[in-house]
Write a protein that binds this ligand. Sequence first.
Ligand code: KMH
Ligand code: ZN
Length: 304
Amino acid sequence: MASQRKTIITCAITGAIHTPSMSPHLPVTPDEIARAAIDAHEAGAAIVHLHARDPEDGRPDQTAEAFEPFLRTIKEQAACIVNITTGGAPTMSIEERIRPAATWKPELASLNMGTMNFGLFPMLGRFADDLKHDWEKTYLSNRDIVFRNTFGDIEHIVTTLGANGTRFEFECYDTSHLYNLKYFLDAGLVKAPLFIQTVFGLMGGIGAHPDDVWHMKRTADRLFGDQYRWSVLGAGRNQLNIAAMSAAMGGHVRVGLEDSLWAGPGRLAESSSEQVRAARQIIEGLGLSVATPDEAREILHLKG
Ligand code: KMH
Ligand code: ZN
């Protein structure tokens, strides 16, 4: 029986928010993505959350084939739980976004719990002069991105991937997303224990103030009681302080270059594993220990 005091670290390796010109450390090629995921696992991450990129120019690539080489290497060299994105990039269609997880049938896939504005443009202030590729400028300056996740879209993903035994990291960017998830639970379309990833500090979602964290936690407690496992993701410079709040309150944490490029004020992280080590130090400093992949499987009821 896994202890309730085990903290699951998820590491999100590359994502679709940051672009290659922002950091030389952002993994782009299949080899870089595989290496970063294996290193993150060795540093303490039980789960790796994965996106793919075009190795030529680093743009998000949501073809199933783009995932194959690094999924193969990770499976050969690490025992971690693989979580494949269904968010892809917020500019992609649902059919495009679902393809890699439908093809590779992972233990976990992300599932974004509501349609929302998705503001990448706040990053332009810092990085505008450094962008090497035209696609980065177009992508980051788009103030009209609607990240589409309708009730129909969510049900389509749940039923398609759920048929393969895939379970979900429910990404909730605001309290309304918790209520949406409650609807799916009550309708019997998703099963407890729910792995809820509350997302803080992303433009278009809730902020990253401690009051925001409390409010999401209290709302989830009220809606789901003991039927959920709570994890947090703080975007950008909020990553570690929000991870610390969650760990101190018995929750799980997500770090990685997908969510934050930083290791400290003005200091780029050199790898996702550096952020995993920092999260682990906080967790162990609180007298807790990090979950192994098998302990995480037990806590989240994954297929293994
Ligand atoms: N980067 C996160 C804030 C997904 O992949 O489904 C959003 C995310 C979405 O991880
Ligand atoms: Zn993601």
